[in-house]
Design a protein around this ligand. Structure first.
Ligand code: GDP
Ligand code: MG
Length: 261
């Protein structure tokens, strides 16, 4: 009886048809985690509009959990309600897509919920969706980051414009229509007349925040030893600028060094 029933069930693992979907070996990739229904959540939290530093801190602190849990990403780029986690050569779960997406999304979600309690003193269940983006070369990595940063800049402008137009008494539907019809320069001009210089807002709001591990030398008994510290960069250059490219190259180089040890 027992034998026949185990026979009956033995094929079930074959129904796990996505469990053997892998990211190709040695290929760098990003995991992008995006807050689920965060517009609604930010309203429930009464988060400061259009940007709330506590909101950003909650995201950054959640991203840092990945380092604490031993995932060792090369960097995490945080913008708006998303985290872009880059894995260079070392990747978790033998590159299994189901595992990476589900474990990272649940870790970030539970960390973020706990952080809301810490920073806002509020209890909420939260969720993040997760997807994988293959970026096979250093050039592609740079391009992906530049894309997310441009997206962040566009979101930043729209968020400020939305907030100002609401203050001016426009209805949400009217604002959406208005924003679609406006060129960037026109939007800047209108905002400027309302007292907001979109080029002078805090840098993290325009360009996002970067998290990475940086080496430093620590004095030991006879000789200095290399130690690693998780850094938060809140004043980022443009990833398309020389300074931005240099920063990313440096971080990638550190990650490679770290792997050699
Ligand atoms: N008030 C406020 N809202 C924010 C902040 N950061 C992100 N958000 C909200 O999060 C949303 C993120 O965009 P998106 O992922 O497209 O919206 P979702 O589908 O509702 O998660 C933004 O539209 C904002 O409404 C913040 O610092 N302050
Ligand atoms: Mg979202």
């Amino acid at each position: 009886m027992q034998e026949s029933s185990s026979n009956k069930y033995k094929n079930w693992s074959k129904h796990e048809i996505f469990s053997r979907t892998y990211i190709p070996p040695e290929t760098p990739f990003f995991v992008r985690l995006d807050g689920w229904k965060f517009r609604k959540l930010s309203e429930t939290l009464k988060a400061e509009k259009p940007f709330d530093k506590k909101f950003a801190k909650s995201l950054v602190s959640s991203g840092k959990i990945l380092f604490k849990k031993g995932f060792n990403p090369a960097l995490i780029y945080v913008a708006s309600d998303e985290l872009n986690v880059l894995f260079l050569n070392a990747a978790p779960f033998r590159r299994r897509i189901e595992k990476i997406n589900s474990v990272l999304a649940s870790l970030i979600s539970s960390a973020f919920s706990l952080n809301l309690q810490k920073f806002f003193n509020e209890k909420h269940v939260t969720a993040f969706d997760s997807r994988i983006i293959v970026a096979s070369t250093e050039e592609k990595i740079m391009e992906y980051l530049a894309w997310r940063q441009i997206n962040s800049w566009r979101n930043h402008n729209n968020a400020y414009a939305y907030w100002i137009f609401r203050k001016m008494g426009y209805k949400p539907a009217e604002i959406s229509k208005k924003l679609k019809g406006l060129k960037t320069e026109e939007l800047h001009e209108i905002m400027f007349r309302q007292g907001v210089n979109l080029a002078k807002t805090p840098q993290w709001q325009r360009r996002g925040i970067l998290i990475y591990k940086q080496p430093f030398l620590k004095k030991a008994k006879n000789h200095p030893v290399t130690r690693w510290k998780v850094e938060e960069h809140w004043k980022l250059p443009l990833f398309t600028s020389r300074e931005g490219v240099k920063l990313i190259q440096q971080i990638l180089e550190w990650t490679r060094q770290k792997r050699k040890k």
